[in-house]
Design a protein around this ligand. Structure first.
Ligand SMILES: [Ca+2]
Ligand SMILES: [Ca+2]
Length: 274
């Protein structure tokens, strides 16, 4: 957003899990609405996903997909049994494999978290991809909950406050009274268009983007879509000279900012300098 709107501010930017569209705010309403029949008292949690359930899903996913040849092309690209996936997109995990272990409602919550979300008004549409995180759940409980009565999840905390004070100007707004619609969601951020980074690139700007595959806050696939969109018209050389994207297996939201050692982080400042 900074590189697009204020291209003269910085010569180089390291961006972790960038917010590239307003869809993230819709997710912050959608997932707690699915998870919490009563977000204030945290009553009636029997049917929804809890920490132990995320552990069950993670273990089932690892059992199925933490193999040496994740993409099935015959060439090993990662270590089997090391506790994370190189690229979760290759994991064909079906939550219905856990029939009898998770309730149907729990399975529906899981599918909601993984599914993409569209909020449109017939003419325009905000699209956001689902999360990969439940396949590896390092910070799933913080973002999806349940945490504590009144603040059941970080999605709830961010989402309801954004709605109350940035969109609706109504401090008494309740989670389940919110109906997602385009006009509300589009108030949060401007759209990023394919040529929005041109000014930044033309003046020699350098942008390193990284995103943890286990991010449960901002969809990792949205960052891939963004990178592909803004670099589509560039030559490979121009792209690599100015904009690099690193998807980090096993890393949760912003972990690479606070942790600078693999597998949960890296020294991106030195990389930018070089
Ligand atoms: Ca392979
Ligand atoms: Ca692995």
């Amino acid at each position: 957003m900074e590189a697009a709107l204020f291209p003269d501010d910085f010569d180089g930017i390291i961006s972790s899990a960038p917010v590239v569209n307003s869809g993230f705010a819709a997710r912050f309403i959608q997932t707690p609405q699915a998870q919490f029949p009563d977000a204030i008292s945290l009553a009636n949690l029997d049917a929804v996903l809890k920490a132990g359930d995320f552990d069950i899903i993670r273990d089932a996913v690892l059992m199925k997909c933490d193999v040496a040849d994740e993409d099935g092309d015959g060439i090993p690209e990662t270590v089997a049994g090391d506790g994370f996936l190189n690229d979760p997109r290759f994991c064909e995990f079906d939550i219905e494999d856990l029939d009898g272990v998770l309730t149907e409602t729990q399975q529906e919550v899981f599918k909601t978290i993984l599914a993409s979300l569209k909020v449109g008004n017939g003419e325009n549409e905000i699209f956001t991809n689902g999360f990969e995180v439940l396949r590896l759940t390092s910070d799933a409980t913080s973002w999806f909950g349940p945490l504590s009565p009144g603040t059941p999840s970080l999605h709830f905390a961010f989402g309801t406050e954004i709605y109350k004070f940035f969109i609706k100007d109504d401090p008494n707004l309740k989670l389940h009274d919110i109906i997602l619609n385009f006009d509300d969601i589009s108030k949060i951020f401007p759209f990023i268009a394919p040529n929005d980074l041109d000014s930044f690139v033309e003046r020699g700007g350098k942008l390193i983007i990284f995103h943890g595959w286990e991010d449960a806050d901002i969809s990792p696939r949205d960052t891939i879509d963004f990178y592909e969109t803004v670099t589509e018209k560039m030559s490979d050389e121009e792209r690599d000279d100015h904009i690099r994207l690193f998807m980090v297996p096993g890393m949760g939201h912003l972990e690479g900012i606070f942790i600078q050692t693999p597998p949960r982080g890296a020294d991106f400042l030195t990389a930018l300098e070089n």
